[in-house]
Design a protein around this ligand. Structure first.
Ligand code: SF4
Length: 365
């Protein structure tokens, strides 16, 4: 039988001594926690650090995010991927301005109604920013739960998430009242720390894909898998195999006139909506077909030569790309929505998703 407060005490003591120093943890206002949690979805902590700082310099609060033009907030997100996240952040900021007087609500049930905020994120914000007693069950917490409880079912099911959530709720310390208003006095936020301690435990000790460091684990006394099958902790959790990704082929054109290169805006709906790209055609086009495609789109090539191939992996699909550099006579730039831009403009003004980064590099002399 688990001694509940002993589990939390050991975990929180370990967290105090070993917690990661992260910019959003140093001043965990609701806005800071919200931005960081959205940026961290599907993205590594190290990749987020600089984006987070830059984002807050340009858009320091909910009001500035709500009022930001599309090209500004997309540019701040350039390279982070999963652009629906920033679109939803922007929409949600507008809802918060209109419906909550510019203050993020503190209850998970209200947070989850905002665009882009799901079960995990609402719980993370409610606990870390507002001190609410609610487990934030992400992949780390599911993995740790599966090992602590020797849970042999798949963890990718609503039933597993519910079991993990109930389990952690039974171990969580009491809610600290008014964490937000007491922040200046550095109030302890035990529920927020409990969730963050488990997140850190999952990234430093109870690791995925490799043998966990059970000898350094503060809660090893409570771990059923470690007790019953020492040395075999990697056998859990059970994760069903991924579906195969769909492969799409694309031919990308760097259409160049002097130093300028053509970019165009993608449609406002679908993958990478509203971002900019180098003009491209479906399929892997041989040179003759590439020239035909260009002419059909109002481009008269003077010279054409092949560039590198590149692969970009999205969650559900892969792009396998072939590239051509195409030299052209000057044209006025409105052919088929093409915008002729200098390399500095392409880097600083237009948000080009990292799917095209191999071709973006070709702009360098
Ligand atoms: S004892 Fe090992 S397997 Fe169990 S929770 Fe700790 S690190 Fe994970």
């Amino acid at each position: 039988m688990i001694n509940m407060s002993e589990f939390a005490d050991k975990l929180l003591a370990w967290y105090k001594a070993n917690r990661r120093i992260l910019p959003w943890r140093e001043d965990p206002t609701p806005y800071h926690v919200w931005i960081s949690e959205i940026m961290l979805q599907q993205t590594r902590v190290e990749a987020v650090r600089e984006y987070y700082k830059r984002f807050l310099i340009s858009l320091p609060d909910i009001a500035s995010l709500a009022a930001a033009p599309e090209d500004v907030y997309l540019k701040l997100w350039e390279g982070l991927g999963y652009y629906s996240r920033i679109r939803n952040l922007h929409k949600a900021a507008q809802v918060v301005m209109e419906e909550y007087g510019g203050e993020l609500p503190g209850d998970a049930e209200d947070l989850i109604k905002l665009p882009g905020i799901g079960r995990y994120t609402s719980s993370a914000i409610a606990s870390i920013a507002f001190g609410r007693k609610i487990p934030a069950v992400d992949g780390n917490l599911l993995r740790i739960f599966a090992r602590l409880c020797a849970y042999e079912e798949s963890i990718k099911t609503p039933a597993a998430i519910k079991e993990a959530s109930d389990y952690y709720l039974s171990l969580m310390p009491q809610e600290t009242p008014d964490v937000v208003s007491m922040r200046t006095e550095r109030a302890e936020n035990l529920c927020g720390d409990f969730n963050q301690a488990l997140m850190d435990l999952g990234t430093a000790v109870c690791l995925p894909g490799t043998r966990p460091a059970c000898d350094q684990c503060p809660v090893s006394d409570f771990c059923r898998l470690h007790r019953e099958k020492p040395g075999q902790e990697m056998t859990l959790p059970v994760i069903p195999a991924h579906k195969e990704r769909k492969t799409e082929t694309l031919t990308v054109f760097l259409i160049r006139n002097g130093e300028k290169t053509a970019v165009r805006k993608r449609p406002s709906k679908g993958l990478l909506a509203g971002l900019y790209e180098f003009p491209n055609a479906k399929g892997t086009l041989e040179q003759d077909d590439a020239v035909r495609w260009l002419k059909k789109h109002g481009v008269q090539p003077l010279r054409i030569h092949k560039l590198c191939s590149a692969v970009h992996v999205f969650t559900h699909k892969e792009w396998h790309m072939t590239g051509y550099e195409v030299r052209i006579d000057p044209f006025d730039g409105d052919t088929d929505g093409f915008i002729m831009a200098y390399p500095e403009e392409i880097r600083e003004k237009y948000c080009i998703p990292s799917a095209f980064s191999a071709y973006l590099q070709c702009l360098d002399p």
